[in-house]
Design a protein around this ligand. Structure first.
Ligand SMILES: [Fe+2]
Length: 112
């Protein structure tokens, strides 16, 4: 499975801005805490047509899927993903575009 990432993590071009999932708030907690992630996509609006739309957003821990939400064409590409913080988590947000594949952003979680 190919995963797309921006060429420069701190300087996204318009195409990358349409596909990269993101979370606005800082995420912090301790191991065992349940967290609600409000995942948005993207900084620039992505099409929501039947032939070109965001199919799902998901949280991964490394390469393991933790929680995934499907999005229908025409729907807002915005979802709440609920998960529990585990030790040595490698949290990554992923979003799948029906045409442009899977996009990934590493998540920074402040673990107390
Ligand atoms: Fe796309």
């Amino acid at each position: 499975m190919d995963i797309e990432q921006p060429k420069e993590a701190d300087f996204l071009n318009d195409f990358e801005k349409k596909h990269m999932p993101f979370v606005e708030e800082e995420i912090k907690g301790k191991v065992g805490d349940e967290i609600e992630l409000k995942v948005k996509l993207g900084e620039m609006e992505h099409p929501t047509m039947s032939e070109h739309y965001i199919e799902w957003v998901a949280l991964y821990n490394g390469d393991d899927s933790v929680v995934k939400k499907n999005i229908k064409p025409g729907g807002e590409p915005e979802e709440v993903l609920t998960f529990t913080i585990t030790e040595e988590m490698k949290p990554r947000l992923r979003a799948k575009c029906s045409i442009h594949g899977i996009w990934e952003r590493e998540l920074d979680i402040k673990i107390k």
